[in-house]
Design a protein. Structure first.
Length: 636
């Protein structure tokens, strides 16, 4: 349009009208009416070009337009007289424009983008752009994605709507001027926001960021990690100010939080990293030192990192001990494909909880007729186990389409031998390192991951505080729990962990310490389970849930506290005549727990010192990691 003389003349007229409006002092109704008329005149003058812009934009929303038709629309814009065939196209474009709410910024704000002669300004834009973009999930913007893909560099097939507002806002802010938005802060880590992070790094500099964490400034709003970000269009400084509001209840209002004095200086270069962690500059520098020129865990194990099993229907394939025993009794062959299993919540630091569950592992290619008891058992679930095509529209809650038999688990699991071999396992979601080595052939659900490596030296490395610090720099944060962040530890994050070059002595020492901690942790777990079994047997109770205080019996002060918890759980108290006996039993077992924990703490301290040495960290850097990771040594 810029090359059209009539367009240039029209824009020049509109710019003059806007200047007249701004220079008119609205002292009475007559002045206001005069301003209204000036604005009506300019919109009328530009209406033909808005019509043309609607036609051009409507192509992204289904309007079919040939080059010749577009030439006709352009050619007749000045007079407004269009042939009937082309008028139909214009009418359809107008309908689409109303439906999709087209807004042509250059025509709505001509004085911002054009000079008095109607030519595009060399440095167009607003002095400031502020806003609260709508938080709309990507599933709800499916119809406009073709347009977004064609027009926006931040486009991703799963990007939420608010990300596009940043690109448009920066485009409309003058060079070296600011944009300020409050939006979800999920753009810092999500895969869908990777193009967004690259765009921001290339086109803007952060000035300050205030992250509300799990606090919600908007009552009832669906917003995750609300964040205020102020950016400068163009290059920023070497650092920017950053505030994380962990507990908003400490402040009377937003202003109080922003004036709290808890801001830190963050490195601007942090926006160039794969994931964003806006934190104190020294933490970013430390992380870069740890990963620089290091072999990654993925490289170290040749990519042999796997996810646990997706059955497609857990109700059928995950069974309890009673069902396992019955199937084996019905036919001994059942024992060959019933595997002990653990879930994500069963993986603890250095050991695994006995889940009491088993996996019917009917992997791809299995001859189910060799296992008649299991075949008969799975037949009872056959309606749910039959794979359905992707386009199935019926009322069905079964499994996805796939090239597998109805009795087979859904996962390909070509790596099933890994489950039967020594391996390191971790839980997908955790607030502290919960890696452990298994040499008992445990299988896992899909909330666990495993490394096909059974070396205790590697376990010592990945269970160290340095590893957790590095994971906190890349993994997806979910929520704060007890002052610690829970992270989603997908393999794509864990495989990036740095592995230092170890001396032979360091490797030997790590292996010995990790193996000893594993034995102690398992012994401590055995102690815990023995005490819990004693309570269940003595008071005829049900298994004790991990969610109740009685589960961590060693944290109870005395036999009275124990009796109070028993009353809550089993509706029974410790008889008075047995209080002394239970006092001694609780004290003895709690002392054994404390002794085992003290041994674990001492060994974990030694282990971390070795890892710190392997990374050549200074005393200050070691203290920084200890203070940042927060979780205590010897965790159960």
């Amino acid at each position: 349009m810029f090359s059209d003389a009539d367009f240039t003349e029209g824009v020049s007229f509109a710019v003059a009208q806007m200047a007249a409006i701004e220079n008119t002092r609205a002292e009475d109704v007559k002045d206001v009416k005069r301003q209204e008329q000036l604005y009506a005149d300019l919109t009328q003058r530009l209406s033909a070009w808005e019509q043309a812009a609607d036609v051009w934009t409507a192509r992204y929303f289904g309007l079919e337009l040939t080059a010749e038709q577009w030439k006709t629309v352009r050619g007749f814009s000045a007079s407004g007289a269009l042939p009937p065939a082309v008028q139909g196209i214009v009418n359809e474009a107008a309908r689409i424009a109303r439906e999709q709410r087209f807004f042509h910024w250059e025509l709505a704000f001509p004085e911002i983008f054009y000079d008095a002669n109607g030519a595009p300004k060399e440095t167009p834009g607003f002095d400031a752009v502020i806003g609260n973009p709508p938080y709309v999930r990507q599933e709800r913007i499916q119809p406009v994605k073709p347009f977004l893909q064609a027009q926006y560099e931040v486009y991703s097939g799963t990007a939420d709507l608010f990300l596009y507002f940043y690109e448009r806002g920066l485009q409309f802010a003058k060079d070296a001027h600011r944009l300020g938005y409050i939006t979800s802060g999920t753009y810092m880590n999500s895969n869908s926001a990777k193009p967004f992070r690259e765009y921001i790094h290339d086109n803007a500099g952060m000035e300050w960021v205030a992250n509300f964490g799990e606090n919600q400034p908007f009552r009832g709003a669906e917003m995750v990690y609300p964040t205020i970000a102020v950016l400068r269009h163009g290059k920023g400084g070497d650092t920017f100010r950053n505030l994380f509001i962990e507990d908003a209840l400490r402040f009377a209002n937003l202003q109080g939080a922003l004036e709290s004095g808890e801001w830190v200086d963050s490195l601007s270069e942090a926006t160039g990293m794969d994931e964003w962690r806006f934190q104190a500059a020294e933490l970013t520098r430390l992380y870069k030192k740890l990963v620089a020129h290091r072999t990654t865990l993925g490289e170290h194990v040749n990519g042999n990192i796997y996810r646990g099993v997706v059955t497609g229907y857990n109700e059928a394939f995950i069974i309890d001990a009673e069902t396992r025993d019955r199937l084996i009794e019905q036919h001994p062959s059942s024992a060959e494909i019933i595997k002990p299993m653990v879930r994500g919540q069963d993986l603890r630091p250095w050991y695994q909880i006995d889940s009491g569950q088993y996996l019917v592992f009917t992997r791809r290619g299995i001859n189910i007729d060799e296992y008649p008891a299991i075949k008969a058992y799975l037949e009872t679930f056959r309606p749910q186990l039959e794979p359905r095509p992707d386009d199935w529209k019926g009322n069905w809650q079964g499994r996805k389409a796939g090239s597998y038999q109805w009795y087979e688990i859904q996962d390909q699991t070509a790596y099933y031998e890994v489950f039967d071999s020594p391996k390191i396992m971790w839980a997908e979601i955790s607030k502290l390192p919960r890696l452990s080595l298994d040499n008992r052939g445990l299988y896992t659900n899909n909330k666990c991951y495993l490394i096909a490596d059974g070396s205790y030296s590697l376990l010592g490395l990945v269970q160290s505080r340095i590893t957790w610090f590095c994971l906190s720099q890349v993994a997806t944060p979910l929520r704060l729990r007890g002052g610690l962040w829970q992270y989603q530890l997908f393999s794509q994050f864990v495989e990036r962990l740095p592995i230092p070059d170890l001396t032979a002595q360091q490797e030997s020492d790590l292996a010995a310490i990790a193996e000893e901690i594993t034995k102690l942790a398992r012994s401590r777990y055995g102690l815990h389970e023995d005490f819990r079994r004693t309570l269940v047997n003595e008071f005829d109770g049900k298994p004790i849930s991990t969610r109740v205080a009685l589960y961590k019996w060693w944290e109870l002060d005395d036999e009275k506290a124990l009796s109070d918890e028993l009353k809550k759980q089993f509706k029974q108290e410790i008889p008075l005549k047995k209080r002394g006996e239970w006092r001694g039993y609780l004290a003895d077992e709690s002392a054994r727990h404390a002794d085992l924990t003290a041994q674990i703490v001492a060994l974990e301290t030694r282990l971390n010192a070795i890892v710190y040495d392997a990374f050549a960290l200074t005393p200050e850097e070691r203290a920084l990691i200890e203070a940042t990771t927060k979780y205590p040594y010897g965790e159960v």
